[in-house]
Design a protein around this ligand. Structure first.
Ligand SMILES: Nc1nc2c(ncn2[C@@H]2O[C@H](COP(=O)(O)OP(=O)(O)OP(=O)(O)O)[C@@H](O)[C@H]2O)c(=O)[nH]1
Length: 324
């Protein structure tokens, strides 16, 4: 029942994914971007804020830039207008909305693409080429993030005047201090979930589905009514998809993966995962200005978090001893 759903998601750890090609990509991109006339920064419309890369923002906001919100077909109705309103006063760059699966929606977009992993940069370039010069795919796309690992040679997308674009690798951050942001990116397939506890990703998905009253999942897994209890939901997912263990019980990780996968395949309907009210936008933009932590600072920060947790645990233990 709606009244019993969680109003906040509690999480204490962080998740990071920054393979080697991304550090190289950022260096190469910073150099190459000096030579282009226009930067087309591609973002995922399901993550209007979380698909902004602060490292990229640092140099792109001073440049001639077009922001493209792609994958609009995977959002809820009215999302483009809400994003436009949320960004008014926050960015001076023009903003357009596309669905790279439908080339006619990309006609207005010309030149250079950059952005986070798996937002659809390569698909967008192929669509631009199809709309501009009527030719087939020139760059490879893929369901998993990290398919494009280096800057490609230019692709012609317009004949007269001639316009060329460069595809670039998608870049995550070396250290994502906000675990909720990492969970959102993981849910939209922008981050490798192998190093994450998939049960937490599944629980976060359940939290988002319920708080947005997107409760079709219950019907799909034969649950009598929506629930905010991930164990109950995963047990039902296991039953529905036949991932029960011999002798009773079910395989938790597999059930969690299946639940997340069904959402990514669009089976539970569409969601926009960032809040776009003025206060949330303001907080996000202020956080963007925080410097990205270096490797040694990350280690220090992780150590500080561990020490804090230990102190809290010890304090709780002492309290328990005293009271009982
Ligand atoms: N539904 C939908 N899917 C899209 C859209 N654009 C891209 N995709 C799909 O999203 C996935 C990622 O697209 P890519 O173009 O490879 O993404 P990328 O940003 O180049 O990814 P990296 O290689 O990680 O930088 C692919 O499976 C595409 O088919 C879109 O507008 N709508």
């Amino acid at each position: 029942m709606a009244s019993t759903f969680r109003t906040a998601f509690q999480i204490e750890r962080t998740f990071n994914w920054f393979p080697g090609h991304m550090a190289r990509g950022l260096r190469d991109m910073t150099a190459k971007l000096q030579t282009v006339d226009l930067i087309i920064e591609t973002r995922d419309a399901r993550l209007p804020l979380s698909s902004i890369n602060p490292q990229f923002e640092e140099f792109a906001q001073e440049r001639n830039r077009l922001i493209v919100y792609n994958k609009t077909d995977l959002t809820t109705p009215g999302t483009p207008a809400r994003i436009r309103q949320a960004l008014a006063g926050v960015t001076n760059s023009p903003v357009v909305f596309t669905n790279a699966k439908t080339p006619r929606t990309v006609r207005s977009v010309v030149s250079y693409a950059a952005g986070m992993p798996n937002v659809g940069k390569s698909a967008l370039i192929n669509a631009l080429r199809s709309a501009g010069v009527g030719r087939g795919n020139a760059v490879t796309t893929g369901r998993r993030p990290g398919v494009t690992q280096r800057i490609h040679t230019s692709v012609k997308i317009h004949a007269d005047p001639p316009v060329y674009v460069l595809d670039t690798p998608g870049l995550m951050l070396p250290y994502v201090s906000d675990p909720l942001r990492a969970l959102k990116v993981a849910l939209t397939d922008g981050m490798n979930t192998e190093a994450m506890e998939i049960e937490i990703v599944a629980d976060y998905l359940l939290y988002q589905l319920n708080r947005q009253h997107n409760t079709d999942y219950a019907k799909l897994i034969n649950l009598e009514q929506p629930s905010d209890d991930i164990s109950e939901v995963l047990a039902q997912v296991a039953k529905r998809f036949g991932i029960l263990q011999k002798g009773g019980g079910y395989h938790h990780e597999e059930a969690a993966r299946r639940f997340v996968r069904e959402f990514q395949l669009g089976k539970f309907g569409h969601l926009v995962l960032d809040d776009l009210d003025p206060a949330s936008v303001e907080t996000f933009m202020a956080d963007l200005k925080e410097p990205v932590l270096s490797k040694s600072m990350q280690l220090k920060e992780a150590k500080r978090e561990r020490a804090q947790k230990m102190r809290e645990k010890n304090a709780a233990r002492k309290l328990k001893l005293r009271s009982g």
